[in-house]
Design a protein around this ligand. Sequence first.
Ligand SMILES: Cc1ncc(COP(=O)(O)O)c(C=O)c1O
Length: 418
Amino acid sequence: MTSREQALALDALDPLGTLREHFALPPGVIYLDGNSLGALPKATPARLARAVQQEWGDGLIASWNNAGWINMPRRLGDRLAPWIGAQPGEVLVGDSTSINLYKVLHAALQMQPPGRRVVVSERSNFPTDLYIAQSVVSDHGGELVLADAPEDIPALLDARCAVLMLTHVNYRSGRMHDMAALTRLAHEAGALALWDLCHSAGAVPVDLRGADADFAIGCSYKYLNGGPGAPAFVWMHPSHAGRARQPLTGWLGHAAPFEFGTHYRPADGIQQFQCGTPAVLAMTALDASLDVFDLARKLGGMAALRAKSLALTEAFIAAVDTHVPSASLQSPREAALRGSQVSIALPAEVDGYAVMQALISRGVVGDFRAGEPGLLRFGFTPLYTRHVDVVDAVALLVDVLATESWRTPEFQRRSAVT
Ligand SMILES: Cc1ncc(COP(=O)(O)O)c(C=O)c1O
């Protein structure tokens, strides 16, 4: 277990340590919720101000061409591509994860013969994935089949299975699937593999092409720090170009949108997945945040980010084991199975939600997810989280539990967003 002095020494040696200076973190806050909403990069406000005042204010409509607004979905996709194992020209930024999932799941089901109409996923998948899948399978006369545990997935990949739809890193447990192995099993069964990378992009190694995946979607407001409601992304294996047809056939997915023709004709490749006008200001914020990833690439790239993320999560698990023995770990101990977050559950007589509110009041920001059991989630964004944050966060958790400060009525009040 790491002492505070050892943690400070590790931070002094951290090859990624300088990246924290690029974030506007409030003083006194230990931010462990980057798995929900990433922190604000310092450069973002000025970039947004420039986009508003110069590009929009002065440039007006000419900025669609002159400031490159119209190309942003592809240009940002190209910037994102190396972090998810995709090639330039394969990723498109825009819409939300939910909407992009609707598009790719629809397209994937349509690529399969009529006898294959089952979508296999996990009961613990993020609800929006399950809700969208319920709608798409009902449109196709199909069925959504849910595995209760990761080990149950292979047996569900049978001759009826059209698509294996999984979230790479689970939002509750932070457990990471073996993307390559499961994609291979899906293909052997004749199914396509679709991956939600919301909790992976920018946090863990992802190799879509190496895994031979078929479709992927994900958000940019978590580890990518694109800001609240930042645009999502969508990827399709290039071999599906020309065969996959997405259902939201808007004008900017047309082969020649400025011909303003009457009939829809899909653009080539991933461009077909663009529906309408890009959210330029939101994309500008993501553009600024991706600059920090350019710096991270020079400091060791994903290998360095992953090494630091694992060091942080290991240290947190060890400290909780030692100092909070009543907590039960709900994330994998095995590093290879762990994303960049750690979830713990507290004994039934302790109100986990209230504990998290008490912790937040002391400056340690994580979040709480209701369920059986309720989870305290702690995200460790390697770009800006320090080793000393781990030690201090656990010390404050110990104090909140020992003093029972969580019993204060204000900490029991539920807000709309937990
Ligand atoms: C795995 C996963 N998919 C999707 C979403 C949300 O999708 P959207 O951005 O469309 O709200 C989340 C949000 O936390 C998520 O964790």
